[in-house]
Design a protein around this ligand. Sequence first.
Ligand code: ADP
Ligand code: MG
Length: 225
Amino acid sequence: MGSNPVAELRHIHKVYGSGDTEVRAVNDLNLTVEAGDYIAVMGASGSGKSTAMNILGCLDRPSSGSYLLQGQQVDGLSDDALAILRNRCLGFVFQQFHLLGHLSAQENVELPMVYANVPAEERQQRAVEALQRVGLGQRLRNKPNQLSGGQQQRVAIARAIINRPALLLADEPTGALDSETTADVLEIFDQLNGDGMTVVLVTHEHDVAERAKQRVLFRDGRIAN
Ligand code: ADP
Ligand code: MG
């Protein structure tokens, strides 16, 4: 089997604080994510899952270690270069959706394309298509506070994938949802991965993790299994 790594973490450490208050949030983590993978990350609260996801998503920098994203060395890039990388290569879905409250569903999905200089007409067309794909074609003009939690998370997923990222990261994406809307959201992740999207998802729910192709267990800032 030829390997085609999207993301490679090597000897990643993340240390918060120093001295008596030092916390080793991630402690010599090694992880390879191959193209087409669908990985569920599990582990106790405080085991470093979110820290690792934030590093994978270039939302945070490791204290030491090496990160290759699509073969490109990420550590050492400037903040501006990382912002471009996040916009072009990475999608992130959060437990609390993190939509912009003053923007409509369509405008939220258009935003990453604004930063990517996609022309207005194409932006609109792609945002509408993406929202139709997640079943929200009738909710384009609604603001987040006019949408249910599950609908907001579907907008957030559409936003995360709108620039066709190489890697979709989701940190407890169903943690704030009831079981019915959880099923809707998981169906979307299944479809995206079926279409070739590489997905890494954090969850503490075993039935959510079962949907992934592969499960890894975090313990004390690294993978235990
Ligand atoms: P998980 O997502 O698995 O619950 P986290 O990655 O959020 O774990 O946290 C791992 C450890 O790092 C925890 O002990 C947490 O308290 C600590 N931690 C996380 N973020 C910070 C921060 N910004 N400052 C200090 N400690 C932090
Ligand atoms: Mg967490």
